[in-house]
Design a protein around this ligand. Structure first.
Ligand code: URA
Length: 216
């Protein structure tokens, strides 16, 4: 697979651990949801490392004035969970980005045709071009949902350089499609798996992330 976009798989023991918990068929729904929250937290932590804009300032400590660096509050930060499964990553991501605005995007795929359709779109008409957008989509499989999400977001005025995707398991078909259209995109994922089956599920993957997180 030759990709132009950058896919980061952070070498972190907690990411490995929670991925193993999430993959295990014997993990009950309540623990699966905790694993997704933790993966959302640690992968978002990695994703924002070189993406949040900073601002130099001075602060007065109780003892003296000194130089300080803040996250620039003038630059909007948005988190877009792709429903349903992306909701499972939201608590962890929002925990490290508490002032981010949350824009829900509900996408569903037809299980026979694998066609994706949108049933909820809370995105604004336009984003400010400098807005930093973190998309939460745990399973990058065929690429249908993430391509639709990217199109909806990019058409609202944000360059792909300002967008980062947090996923848990990524597969080559989705990465290839994203790379062809968005070569400057950066993706943070716990693992890249070998492929997808004829039903669009990632192998070995972790099953249906939405069903497992919500127990339905
Ligand atoms: N969506 C899922 O929840 N799991 C997959 O393996 C692929 C898409």
């Amino acid at each position: 697979m030759s990709l132009q976009l950058r896919v980061y798989v952070p070498e972190h023991p907690l990411i490995k651990h929670w991925l193993a918990v999430a993959r295990d068929i014997n993990t009950p729904s309540v623990l699966f949801k905790s694993a997704m929250t933790e993966l959302g937290r640690w992968l978002s932590y990695e994703a924002v490392r070189t993406w949040l804009p900073l601002m130099d300032a001075k602060v007065q400590t109780p003892l003296a004035e000194c130089d300080a660096t803040f996250v620039n509050p003038e630059v909007p930060v948005a988190v877009v969970p792709i429903l349903r499964a992306g909701l499972a990553l939201l608590d962890g991501a929002h925990n490290i980005l508490p002032v981010a605005s949350i824009y829900h995007l509900g996408l569903v795929r037809n299980e026979s045709t694998l066609e994706v359709s949108c049933y909820l779109n809370k995105l604004p008409d336009r984003f400010l071009p400098e807005t930093r957008i973190l998309i939460l989509e745990p399973m990058l499989a065929t690429g249908g949902s993430i391509m639709m999400a990217m199109k909806e977001i990019a058409s609202r005025g944000v360059a792909s350089e300002n967008i980062r995707i947090v996923s848990i398991v990524a597969a080559p078909p989705a990465l290839q499609k994203l790379s062809e259209i968005y070569p400057h995109l950066q993706i943070y994922t716990a693992i890249i798996d070998e492929g997808i089956n004829d039903k669009g599920y990632i192998i070995p993957g972790l099953g249906d992330a939405g069903d497992r997180a919500f127990g339905t």
